[in-house]
Design a protein around this ligand. Structure first.
Ligand SMILES: C[S@@+](CC[C@H](N)C(=O)[O-])C[C@H]1O[C@@H](n2cnc3c(N)ncnc32)[C@H](O)[C@@H]1O
Length: 215
């Protein structure tokens, strides 16, 4: 598991290479198509990276007046995403955090919380803290929209998963600090209604896509 300073150091150096993660595209499209973003006025993203998902979201999947707030532990990522989203400047706010999942945001104020390919690099306790914060800042009826590296669902994707996990155990930075996880178990039914759940395999790499409504 990467510590916060290790994750920051890695992603500060990784920067724009994050946009070359070819296997993420189909899962991101699946999430954007199932998150009903056109009915959202406010969107929060945890671990916004280069702003790749936000750019797609704001240009193709949301209303022109929707507001977006993104946070990231990496100053490089915060700068890259701010640059990428300049055309939406008056609707966008991006800031860096020290990595702790607790956020300086009011309760019950966002219609959507997004987190793509971030939970899979956090410790189990932090995954729970991020999801608890998402639940706090979402309005009732708001959606949490997640993608994580996940477990294989076919022979090829299971082989890829095993190779990925092997590399992670050898040295987490070889695979960006990420390991395959299953997110569904962190969203218990009395608190969340699962609206969309899918595992997408692209280039043999499995991604879990999940949209759930805060009840
Ligand atoms: C694999 S990248 C994914 C970026 C983006 N969400 C995407 O899908 O392209 C992981 C991102 O999470 C950020 N990150 C890692 N740990 C974090 C933490 N504890 N708090 C906030 N951001 C974090 C990294 O800096 C990096 O930008």
């Amino acid at each position: 598991m990467l510590s916060y300073p290790e994750a920051k150091k890695f992603y500060d150096a990784f920067g724009k290479k994050q946009d070359k993660q070819f296997y993420e595209k189909i899962a991101i499209r699946d999430l954007l198509e199932h998150g009903d973003f056109t009915s959202a006025n406010s969107i929060f993203e945890f671990g916004c990276g280069t702003g790749k998902v936000a750019q797609l979201l704001l240009s193709d999947y949301s209303k022109p007046e929707t507001h977006y707030v993104g946070v990231d532990i990496s100053d490089t990522m915060v700068k890259l995403s701010a640059d990428k989203l300049t055309e939406f400047h008056d609707r966008v706010r991006i800031y860096s955090t020290d990595g702790a999942p607790e956020l300086p945001e009011k309760s019950n104020c966002y219609d959507r919380v997004i987190c793509t390919y971030v939970l899979d690099l956090l410790a189990e306790q932090d995954i729970k803290r991020v999801l608890s914060e998402a639940q706090r800042i979402l309005v009732t009826g708001g959606y949490i929209c997640l993608i994580s590296l996940s477990h294989g669902v076919s022979v090829v994707s299971r082989m890829v998963e095993h190779t990925w996990s092997f590399l992670y155990r050898l040295k987490p930075t070889l695979v960006g600090g990420c390991r395959p996880i299953s997110v569904l178990k962190y969203l218990p039914e009395p608190e969340w209604e699962i609206l969309h759940h899918n595992v997408i395999v692209s280039y043999g790499i499995p991604s879990e896509v999940l949209v759930a409504k805060k009840l």
